[in-house]
Design a protein. Structure first.
Lengths: 106, 339
């Protein structure tokens, strides 16, 4: 189990325990965190699980595959800390991870 | 008004195989899809990506799977209504009346929703004020390219649509191409052409920029774009085109009185029927305990829903289960000779 914190646009924060091996997207969906749609179910095909990773965590996460950067072109207001949460797998190293949610997904 | 035994909403793999199952048991059906082509997510989201978990097919792309399913439907005459979206549903006696956004009306005892994650709609620009100019100066697809002749057009996006249109329109318009990063995902040959046209002064390229705001007084006058480093630039422009691909939205189906949980429709696992009699949901859009969002599950769900349709479409007949290997009737429907 690792703790992941999701912060909504208005600052409201949700910290949940996620089993290692699940993705940050799956953790959000299973715990009804608002603001993550994940329309394609995690196949890196839709960019509706877009999050901004807190700066201090960004470089600790395994790097993006090419396909993820391409999908982020489709995301709503991406920035340099943008990731698709379906591509971030929770591990002990990411215990305490903080991600911010965009104002909307599409 | 079109009368049919079953109306399928969605022409993705599940919808296509469900049509096959309906025709096999002697029911007719028509298919509506909001996309302009057959194939659903397979063709829109991952035509070139290999799929490895279709039974008996070790590997195939989304496009190959779609083509195979279309081939499998060849013996049958099935009418497709593409680029149409279902809007309203009304119960009329024992039937459902379904209206599309183009005014087509269907009357059917059975509606099978095979809508994936919903209908595909273009992704739009973030700034709210863009709505005011939509379909006047801001477009997400091009119907008539002649309107851009002699005008300034600012194109946003990094994929094939953005690059293709930048090249195409640069011959008769002043073109700005704006993208949020340095790399483009479009075809290399097109990209080379874009760079060539940039050198020749035909295309102005702005990378690491995104749209900040649009300005005008009824007519679009200019746009502000913002660099990653926060620098703002104003571009005079007559038209803005956004090519950010498509997003899936449940759309009007959400208002049909169906039990919906997390954007999926709750069904039983005998008929894949919703809480409304004669309305079924199959494929990614349905949910039940243990649901797997796999194409193979959609095939199974469609086969069962098709059998359930028989009862309402032929109330006075008894459905009899038959194998394709041995049934003369089925072979006749398939147009193959029995032995």
């Amino acid at each position: 189990m690792s703790k992941v914190t999701y912060i909504e646009q208005d600052g409201k924060s949700h910290t949940i325990d996620i089993q290692n091996g699940l993705t940050v997207m799956e953790g959000a969906i299973q715990n009804n965190i608002p603001g993550i749609d994940a329309d394609c179910g995690g196949s890196m095909a839709c960019a509706t699980c877009h999050v901004y990773v807190k700066e201090e965590w960004f470089n600790k996460i395994p790097k993006k595959e090419d396909g993820e950067e391409d999908m982020l072109d489709m995301a709503f207001e991406p920035n340099k800390f943008s990731r698709l949460s379906c591509q971030i797998t929770v591990t002990d190293d990411l215990d305490g991870l903080i991600v911010q949610l965009p104002s909307k997904q599409a | 008004m079109i009368k049919t035994d079953a109306l399928i909403i969605g022409a993705g793999p599940t919808g296509l195989f469900t049509a096959h199952q309906l025709k096999l048991i002697g029911l007719d059906c028509e298919i509506v899809d909001n996309l302009d082509k057959i194939g659903g997510q397979c063709i829109e989201l991952y035509p070139d990506k290999p799929i490895y978990d279709i039974p008996a097919i070790p590997e195939c792309t989304g496009e190959e799977l779609t083509n195979n399913l279309i081939n499998q439907l060849k013996p049958f005459d099935i009418k497709f209504h593409l680029s149409e979206r279902v809007e309203e549903v009304k119960k009329i006696d024992e039937n459902w009346e379904v209206k599309t956004n183009k005014g087509t009306i269907f009357l059917t005892p059975n509606i099978i929703i095979a809508g994936g994650v919903g209908s595909f709609e273009p992704r739009k620009f973030a700034p709210k004020e863009c709505e005011k100019y939509e379909d006047k100066s801001i477009f997400y697809s091009i119907k008539d390219k002649t309107i851009f002749s002699g005008k300034t057009v600012s194109i946003f996006g990094g994929g094939d649509s953005a690059l293709d249109w930048a090249v195409e329109l640069s011959s008769k318009s002043k073109v700005n191409l704006v993208h949020r990063r340095d790399e483009f995902r479009g075809a290399k040959s097109t990209l080379d052409k874009v760079y060539e046209l940039e050198k020749a002064g035909k295309i102005n390229l702005f990378t690491k920029y995104q749209l900040k705001t649009v300005k005008g007084d009824g007519n679009l006058k200019s746009i502000d774009i913002q660099h990653d480093n926060k620098d703002l630039k104003t571009l005079d422009t007559d038209f803005v085109l956004g090519f950010f691909g498509l997003i899936m939205q449940l759309g009007p189906i959400a208002n049909w009185g169906l039990n919906i949980d997390k954007k999926t429709i709750t069904v039983d696992t005998e008929k894949f029927e919703t809480n409304q009699k004669g309305i079924y949901a199959v494929g990614d859009i349905c949910s039940y305990p243990g649901k797997l969002k796999l194409i193979l599950s959609g095939f199974h769900e469609g086969a069962l829903a098709a059998r359930a349709c028989f009862k309402l479409a032929r109330p006075n007949e008894k459905y009899r289960f038959e194998f394709t290997t041995s049934s003369k009737t089925i072979k006749n429907r398939l147009g193959v000779k029995g032995d």
